[in-house]
Design a protein around this ligand. Structure first.
Ligand code: ZN
Ligand code: ZN
Length: 300
């Protein structure tokens, strides 16, 4: 089982601070190194975090607000200069191709890196790997915005005691049983469901800039780790509504209702000098909530 390691590279709202860079989350999983959002300064943040930019396989852009996408041109230009040997896949909401092409016109150096842009027009599965799926859902923000989830596929685990008893020996038979197929052993039919149990895959979700909405709820559903924006306090809900963001209360409530196990709040407004006020509010509505800091990392 591969580790799924998440590192925060940027956790602020619109204005960067000494402690908080613009948005960026790095997730390593098996042979994939994924970047969710790419705010300004992400290259340097990766350097500090000890993460290799040449290893990035895919970048997921939630929306084209500067604090989430301005670092893309710089990062891709440097990856091109590094002569990275693989194709970079970039995913973003409706309208991404046009925006991305503007970047390429302004910075032709980006073309030195083989890349493929995927526009996410509707919600659902946008990528299926051997052992994982990435889903995108539309969110409710002032511009087209999508959130993402990364889910390890569920798998069957063989109970070796039961398998041996049923006459199964090592080899292709076990592989078939693990694939959910029934096999014949010493003339007897062995059903996969009788000698295996289901291991539910881990789920990570990223819900960036949004008001509470169906897309956010669907991404957060039963996830092991949820990163969710929490820009304002509930007493400033008017501002949250005006700028299409969430309050700490709303984010934590949404997470609880969706069954998210561990919650990381991010994207605080700089009007709050200390994020502990946001965290304190959220803690009333979710038992396992932390406030994200730059370079904080965890395993899902
Ligand atoms: Zn933002
Ligand atoms: Zn935004």
């Amino acid at each position: 089982m591969s580790t799924m390691k998440v590192t925060f590279l940027g956790t602020t709202c619109m204005q960067p601070t000494k402690e908080r860079n613009h948005s960026g989350i790095h997730v390593s999983f098996g042979s994939e190194n994924l970047l969710f959002d790419c705010g300004e300064g992400i290259q340097r943040q990766m350097k500090i975090a000890g993460l290799k930019r040449s290893k990035i396989t895919r970048i997921f852009i939630s929306h084209w607000h500067g604090d989430h996408a301005l670092g893309l041109a710089g990062l891709i230009s440097t990856m091109a200069a590094d002569q990275v040997g693989h194709t970079l896949d970039i995913y973003g909401p409706k309208g991404s191709r046009k925006k991305f092409n503007h970047f390429k016109k302004a910075f032709p150096s980006m073309n030195g890196l083989p890349h493929k842009l995927h526009e996410v027009s509707a919600g659902g599965v946008i990528l299926e790997g051997k052992d994982f799926i990435v889903t995108a859902e539309p969110l409710s923000h002032s511009v087209d915005c999508v959130g993402f989830s990364l889910k390890e596929k569920d798998r069957l685990k063989i109970d070796m005691k039961k398998a041996k008893k049923a006459g199964l020996v090592q080899g292709p038979m076990l592989a078939e049983i693990q694939a959910g197929k029934n096999v014949r052993a010493s003339g007897k039919l062995v059903k996969s469901k009788n000698v295996t149990s289901l291991v539910v895959g881990r789920k990570f979700a990223y819900v960036p800039d949004t008001r509470p909405c169906a897309g956010a709820r669907s991404l957060a559903k039963n996830c092991d780790a949820l990163i969710i924006e929490s820009t304002f306090l509930f007493e400033d809900k008017k501002l949250a509504v005006k700028y299409d963001h969430m309050t700490a209360k709303e984010s934590a409530e949404l997470a609880t209702k969706a069954g998210a196990l561990q919650v990381y709040l991010t994207h605080p407004s700089i009007r709050y000098r200390d994020v502990s006020v946001l965290l304190k509010e959220a803690k009333k509505y979710h038992k396992k909530v932390k406030f994200a800091e730059d370079f904080m990392s965890f395993e899902v």
